[in-house]
Design a protein around this ligand. Structure first.
Ligand SMILES: Nc1ncnc2c1ncn2[C@@H]1O[C@H](COP(=O)(O)OP(=O)(O)OP(=O)(O)O)[C@@H](O)[C@H]1O
Ligand SMILES: [Mg+2]
Length: 263
């Protein structure tokens, strides 16, 4: 007897007659059908609970990964930077009496380096919470962010609809993070000179986010970072779909996100 919940078959109830070869009576079958409809509900509930638990675990794991990345950015990036400044300061102090001009040069260098560190720090803070979203909305925040990534040798092209529809905060944040990570990847790994970001709104798919570059494509194997995994997690969390494809002409990241996510 199939166990069903709504239209879906969630299991199977196997029964045998009381005696070998003895068929089930009509009364038996009625009872079994009744029983199966109850058991179907129970089976479906326990399956949903298991799925929920799995989703919760994945969510926790994803958060943990992000913390690890933040720790790594702070520890391996800013930490050594600050340490090297103290060395430069020591050197400058040592030169102060004998060759003050050299000390001054060191201090000028140091000033530039501190400025770099401040940029890094701002990036880390921005990654934690894209505050720009609150002030400017998704389109404004992205345009602003991407403009800052554009250089003479790296063109970032943005195609957004004239107005984006209202959407959940979760969708906005996910879209923002996916685009910024994908463009950062392009900048870091692709050896690309151009990157295109596009967003379209589709009745069926919701918000479709695409980031394409003209770089060398994904390596066949190599270290697996947090970036791609966390993009995928974000999309999964919202019930969207994520896709990354590449060939020698470049890489394309596509995320489809539902506009409205129940909270
Ligand atoms: N646009 C791209 N072009 C070429 N290779 C890419 C691109 N995006 C990702 N990759 C490759 O996929 C790997 C995994 O990317 P991922 O973002 O997950 O990690 P990462 O950028 O190396 O580190 P992080 O955890 O800081 O993001 C990269 O190391 C790189 O080799
Ligand atoms: Mg990355």
């Amino acid at each position: 007897v199939p166990l069903t919940f709504g239209e879906e078959v969630v299991g199977e109830l196997r029964v045998s007659g009381r005696q070998p070869g003895q068929p089930l009576s009509q009364a038996d079958e009625r009872v079994l059908t009744d029983y199966a409809s109850q058991a179907g509900i129970a089976a479906s509930a326990s399956r949903l609970a298991a799925q929920l638990e799995l989703a919760r675990q994945r969510l926790v794991a994803a958060r943990e990964e992000e913390r690890r990345r933040l720790a790594r950015d702070l520890h391996d990036g800013l930490g050594p930077q600050l340490a090297s400044y103290t060395l430069t300061l020591d050197a400058a102090r040592a030169l102060l009496d004998t060759t003050p001009a050299k000390a001054a040069d060191l201090l000028v260098d140091l000033r530039d380096q501190v400025q770099c560190a401040m940029t890094d720090l701002r990036r880390i803070a921005r990654d934690l919470r894209p505050a720009a979203l609150d002030g400017q909305g998704l389109a404004g925040a992205l345009t602003d962010h991407l403009a800052r990534m554009r250089t003479d040798t790296f063109d970032v092209d943005i195609a957004l609809p004239e107005t984006l529809p209202a959407m959940s905060a979760a969708t906005e944040v996910a879209a923002f993070r996916i685009v910024t990570e994908a463009v950062t990847n392009t900048l870091r790994h692709a050896h690309a000179c151009r990157c295109r970001v596009s967003m379209t709104v589709d009745d069926l798919a919701g918000l479709v986010v695409e980031v394409t570059d003209n770089g060398r494509g994904l390596p066949a194997s190599g270290p697996r970072g947090i970036g791609l995994a966390s993009m995928r997690e974000r999309v999964d969390e919202l019930g969207g779909t994520f896709d990354i494809s590449s060939d020698t002409g470049g890489t394309k990241v596509t995320a489809r996100l539902p506009l409205n996510v129940p909270t």
